[in-house]
Design a protein around this ligand. Structure first.
Ligand code: IMP
Ligand code: MG
Length: 191
């Protein structure tokens, strides 16, 4: 199956332009869907059936995970969005985290769950946990669809992990390379 129609990626991504020979489907749409359903059930079991869960999704990568997870979740759920930038360009971490868009509402007394696409070095998540914990939520947990444990630079706690993967750059299901491929239903490894 040809996953990618040929098109021109902006430099410096041109050298990384995926071709069918250099891409591997790591997780199919069906595998992702079934794991996300499991995660939603697992998360709800850890709280009371009537507890309101405040899902804080990290833009933009977590948008698809949030959308499926929230729909799979029973009981009361509310949503908010935060945006940070950690990767300045391409596939390497700048090691710097900047807050680009803050939450709309406060977190005091709420059961907050950070919804993240992937934990790589852990720097983004460590920063987010620190700033959100300071807002006095009743509880704070983290759900990540993907984790690359071998890349960790900081010991950050993740309560719910969808899949642990090896150190390969992945796109699809919300994850991008230069803003491309977020719309893929599957998760694809490049190179
Ligand atoms: P960390 O701060 O190094 O843990 O990086 C986390 C962020 O980097 C994630 O939220 C993603 O936006 C991005 N990222 C890390 N690994 C990948 C990848 O393999 N594909 C796409 N984005 C990634
Ligand atoms: Mg992200």
């Amino acid at each position: 199956m040809l996953l990618f129609a040929p098109f021109r990626l902006p430099t410096p991504f041109a050298a990384l332009m995926p071709t069918p020979e250099t891409t591997t489907v790591l997780l199919t749409a069906a595998q992702i869907q079934s794991r996300v359903q499991e995660m939603a059930a697992e998360i709800r079991r850890d709280y009371g059936p009537t507890d309101e869960l405040h899902l804080v999704a990290v833009l933009k990568g977590a948008f698809m995970f949030l959308s499926d997870l929230a729909r799979a979740m029973t009981g009361p759920v509310s949503l908010d969005f935060i945006a940070v930038s950690s990767y300045a360009k391409g596939t390497t971490s700048s090691g710097e985290v900047r807050l680009l868009k803050d939450l709309d509402a406060g977190l005091q007394g709420r059961h907050v769950i950070i919804i993240e696409d992937i934990v790589d070095t852990g720097l983004t998540l460590a920063y987010l946990q620190e700033i959100l914990r300071a807002r006095d939520p009743q509880s704070l947990r983290t759900a990540c669809l993907l984790s690359k444990p071998s890349r960790r630079q900081i010991d950050v706690h993740v309560d719910y992990v969808g899949f642990s993967i090896e150190d390969r750059f992945v796109v699809g299901y919300g994850l991008d390379l230069g803003e491309q491929y977020r719309n893929l239903r599957e998760i694809v490894a490049l190179g």
